[in-house]
Design a protein around this ligand. Structure first.
Ligand SMILES: [Zn+2]
Length: 448
């Protein structure tokens, strides 16, 4: 049992001055309230840790990650142009990504994942959705354990204390109507049954901080005939959808419909479904998502880095949005959250595009919910934040700094904070970050 007290507590629903929460040995919250009434009920039974001038809030949720892509940060942000017209684009970046993916042996996958996850927890992230598509060895052959790399990625997350939803990717085509290419050999899935069997095996971990979802990679990489066979899956389903105009054009030319409609017609688009990116939706897509109760995972930093574009304004109202750091050009969920609104302002040419009308602190709360509760829901959790019975997944943001002086706490977190403001982090009641540093398995990479 433990009590955490902070000058400000945001539960995901309410902002409480001098708030506190209490959790048990099982890592679940047993009390959430202002400090005084909670302390009276506690009557000294559980020790109190006073976090002082901090905002205690639900842990950040990174709903879309490819941990191995952290390996080439800084190496693909520029391009040796061969002519004045050679700027590079999503597709040239993808070729570079394939080369990086094929250069990593199993040990290197473990190492880069672990370092990426250390960076995440130190940035206040308590739960990652790892969209995992590296399945085979460097020659494209299955490992003795066909789930070798998935298990290594899960183990890397758990080593540093991060909660993980492993989204096991289905990858069966090299492009719309095309066979797999040699450079995609490590991603190959031979059939929907092969993917569903892998998911069933991976679900047997017995660790409450590990869950497994299914990820038909994209309409580029999954033959349409496979989609209906995946629709019976009973957990979170994520897919890259309409990230690039060429993908949408190829899909419509081949099948007469856009990518989201293809997934919907196969029975995949409902509350389980998260469309990652959806930068280039068809006109009917926003209404389709609202009807279905499905959501979008936006990755603003990566979408700008790759030249994908902006999530259109039509998808920023009435659709549940969560956030991801995707290629990890940077890992900063505060920046991703504020980009939701700031990009909307740039697109609309006005301010307060995503503000709920008349709600005090409503805009900051909405953006922070995208970075927390809505991400949890996308990864198959309750998405209820810091409520009794929910896991004690939380982070403390340091407000005792000049940049936070005079700034309301939620606005400080979402409009000003950087990952360096994160002081302490707990996952399922276990301390994983203290004083801004991960408490376990923080050895640097052996080589770069
Ligand atoms: Zn992605």
């Amino acid at each position: 049992m433990k009590v955490l007290r902070a000058r400000w507590l945001w539960t995901g629903h309410a902002l409480i001055e001098d708030g506190a929460l209490q959790f048990g040995a099982d890592g679940l919250l047993v009390d959430v309230d202002r400090f005084e009434p909670l302390a009276e009920r506690n009557a000294g039974a559980a020790p109190v840790e006073d976090l002082g001038d901090a905002l205690l809030m639900p842990g950040l949720v990174n709903a879309h990650s490819h941990a191995f892509q952290r390996a080439f940060r800084g190496h693909v942000q520029w391009r040796q142009a061969t002519s004045a017209a050679d700027h590079g684009d999503f597709w040239t970046w993808r070729d570079a990504m394939y080369r990086a993916a094929n250069a990593l042996d199993a040990e290197a996958v473990s190492e880069v994942s672990r370092r990426c996850f250390v960076e995440m927890i130190e940035a206040g992230i308590t739960h990652v959705g790892e969209f995992h598509y590296l399945h085979h060895d460097q020659a494209g052959q299955p490992y003795a354990d066909p789930d070798e790399l998935a298990r290594r990625v899960i183990a890397a997350a758990r080593e540093v204390g991060l909660r993980i939803t492993l989204l096991r990717v289905v990858y069966g085509a090299g492009g719309v109507g095309e066979a797999l290419r040699p450079e995609q050999r490590r991603f190959a899935t031979r059939s929907p049954d092969e993917a569903l069997a892998a998911v069933a095996r991976l679900r047997q971990t017995g660790d409450a901080c590990v869950t497994v979802g299914l990820a038909p990679h994209s309409i580029r990489a999954v033959p349409p005939a496979w989609l209906a066979e995946l629709a019976g899956f009973d957990g979170p389903i994520h897919a890259h959808v309409a990230e690039q105009p060429a993908e949408v054009a190829a899909c419509k030319a081949a099948w007469g419909r856009g990518p989201l409609e293809m997934f919907a017609d196969a029975g995949l688009v409902d509350q389980r479904f998260t469309a990652v990116h959806l930068t280039w939706p068809e006109p009917g897509d926003p209404a389709l998502l609202r009807r279905a109760g499905a959501r979008v995972c936006v990755c603003p930093s990566t979408e700008l880095d790759l030249g994908d574009g902006f999530l259109p304004l039509a998808l920023r109202e009435g659709v549940s949005l969560c956030l991801g750091s995707d290629s990890h050009a940077r890992i900063d969920l505060f920046a991703e959250a504020r980009a939701l609104e700031l990009h909307a302002r740039a697109l609309a040419g006005r301010r307060n595009v995503m503000s709920p009308p008349g709600v005090r602190h409503g805009l900051a709360a909405r953006l922070l919910r995208a970075a927390t509760l809505d991400g949890t829901a996308a990864l198959g959790g309750a998405g209820e934040g810091l409520r009794i019975g929910q896991p004690a997944d939380c982070c403390a943001i340091d407000l005792d700094r000049p940049a936070a002086e005079g700034v309301p706490p939620l606005e400080a977190a979402v409009f000003v904070a950087t990952p360096e403001w994160v002081r302490d982090v707990w996952v399922a009641g276990a301390r994983v970050v203290r004083g801004g540093r991960a408490v376990r398995n923080t050895a640097p990479l052996a080589s770069r």
